[in-house]
Design a protein around this ligand. Structure first.
Ligand code: HEM
Length: 505
């Protein structure tokens, strides 16, 4: 016979379990019938639980942006994709969410999944981000980037030299462009020349580590417990627990070591190869309204944000553009002809500002930015407590609203034949109208901080590669560039390869 105490404990456990089940059922019913978004269209499962999105990302391992295409086809321009989350598909809604006037917070579970909470990218509020952005913008303004174009050119030239050394062996452009972008950022921002371009077959450990950590971050988005247990592990242990992030852990150690040296003795700044690293700017107390330099942890997170923000995105844009240039002979011929006209003698290299004046090259870059997924995911923002009207619909306060640039860039009214690479569309009349819809760098106060650097890399890299070489698509290259939404795109299938033969003069 159980004792009275045992009976009491048993009853208590039942009561707690019943209370928990009751709470969950109430929660599900609330989300379905009484939540302020109850009347918004969308799948029922998405309305009741955030596990719907977790299922798409982690179990089905499918692509949320591609799922959204189907959801909008079924439910219309506004879809409830989570209990408190709405996605829009109409291009005008994009400009209503992301614009200079809306200083809306970023949503926490996504933006704190990357371990960059104390960086320009990871700060949730406008005010925190603004203080950091104001300091960094001095390094990323159009003028600042024009001043350091020589450093970018150095890496683009190194990439071209490495192509030359390959002879008739195909170059893996998927990795090669990323290596170039990593070398630009690590050299320009942190003063570290890690020579990713020099890695055999461009398989630099840092580039591979960034690639394999994308799905890990998606796991972190859905489980802060998972994130806490991996990120707070000592480096050696976290490499064993999560091999996918081991290259990243090495990079963390490298940058953290550098930051420690600099914060302990700022005189070490003089040992960096040039005076325009982010540390020169970020370690100046007078650069801040508060007069206080960020913590070592925050400085590290800023460096990780810049690396992830600038490497994959720029590399992917170059790869997408190259893929279409190589598969569309007319585009290739027009680009080559313009480059030959503007740059007749190979060793008299045009400056960045001269390249910026080339209409067809500019159109190729815009079209590459449009076709590349860039930051693939919707960018979630929290509507202020007073609510907001988007797409003629009142959205209650504290609701998360979002939209992926994919839905602007693939809109067939703005971009007829949206799945085709047509640089000429940017050259036709009413060009400025079309520029308004190029949202690869997003819009508003949280727009891309590094867009001027990205443009410089795109101009220099496309011009140098396609002027200095005759480029042919390599064997085993993909017929289509397939990707999955992991915030940044995760590519599937074979890599784009090219055979680059040095041009005569
Ligand atoms: C083609 C290349 C690039 C594309 C398509 C791109 C795209 C974007 C987009 C869409 C955002 C907004 C993200 C959000 O709201 O969550 C963003 C933010 C950001 N980007 Fe870029 N980016 C590129 C290159 C770069 C480069 C080269 C850097 C710097 C080295 C950089 C640094 C950043 C940072 C720090 C942010 C966060 C800004 C903030 O939240 O206030 N990006 N980028």
């Amino acid at each position: 016979m159980p004792s009275i105490d045992e009976l009491h404990t048993g009853n208590l456990l039942w009561l707690v379990a019943a209370g928990y089940v009751g709470y969950i059922i109430y929660h599900l019913l609330y989300n379905l019938f009484w939540h302020p978004l109850a009347s918004f269209p969308g799948p029922t499962i998405a309305a009741v639980t955030p596990l719907y999105k977790a299922y798409i990302d982690l179990v089905a391992k499918s692509s949320f942006v591609h799922t959204l295409e189907k959801l909008h086809a079924q439910y219309g321009d506004i879809v409830r994709v989570g209990p408190n989350e709405i996605h829009f598909s109409s291009p005008s809604a994009y400009l209503e969410i992301y614009n200079a006037y809306n200083k809306w917070d970023k949503e926490k579970s996504l933006y704190h999944s990357f371990g960059e909470d104390r960086s320009s990218f990871g700060f949730l509020t406008y005010n925190e981000a603004k203080e950091r952005r104001d300091v960094l913008l001095k390094l990323f303004s159009k003028k600042a980037i024009a001043d350091v174009q020589g450093l970018v050119l150095e890496k683009v030239t190194k990439l071209c030299d490495s192509f030359e050394n390959l002879g008739s062996k195909p170059a893996d452009l998927f990795y090669a462009y990323r290596c170039m972008a990593v070398d630009v950022i690590t050299y320009l921002c942190f003063g570290n020349d890690i020579d990713a371009i020099g890695a055999p077959d461009y398989e630099a450990p840092i580039v591979k580590a960034m690639d394999s950590s994308l799905p890990v971050f998606i796991g972190f988005k859905h489980s802060s417990l998972l994130k806490g247990s991996i990120m707070n592990c000592p480096p050696r242990l976290s490499k064993i627990v999560s091999p996918a992030t081991s290259g990243l852990v090495d990079l963390q150690q490298l940058l953290k070591g550098q930051i420690n040296d600099l914060t302990k003795d700022p005189k070490n700044l003089q040992n960096l190869p040039h005076s325009t690293t982010i540390y020169h700017q970020l370690l100046r107390p007078d650069a801040y309204r508060s007069g206080t330099v960020p913590s070592v942890g925050s400085l590290y997170e800023e460096s990780q944000a810049l690396l992830f923000g600038g490497a994959d995105t720029t590399g992917a844009t170059l790869m997408h553009g190259s893929f279409y240039i190589l598969t569309l002979p007319t585009v290739y011929a027009k680009l080559k002809a313009e480059l030959l006209r503007a740059w007749p003698v190979l060793n008299v290299i045009p400056s960045l500002s001269e390249l910026e004046k080339l209409p067809y090259l500019t159109a190729v870059i815009k079209e590459s930015l449009r076709m590349s997924p860039g930051v693939a995911s919707p960018l979630p923002r929290v509507v202020p407590s007073s609510g907001a009207t988007i797409h003629k619909t009142f959205i209650p306060g504290d609701v998360v609203v979002e939209m992926s640039s994919h839905f602007v860039h693939r809109n067939e009214t703005i971009f007829p034949n949206p799945d085709e690479f047509i640089p000429d569309r940017w050259l036709e009349s009413k060009v400025n109208d079309l520029d308004k819809w190029l949202v690869a760098f997003s819009k508003g106060p949280r727009r891309c901080l590094g867009s001027n650097l990205a443009w410089a890399e795109l101009y220099l890299c496309f011009a140098h590669v396609f002027r200095k070489f005759t480029v042919e698509i390599g064997p085993s290259s993909p017929k289509k560039l397939e990707w999955r939404d992991c915030f940044l795109p995760e590519y599937r299938g074979p890599h784009l390869k090219a055979i680059l033969t040095k041009a005569a003069a």
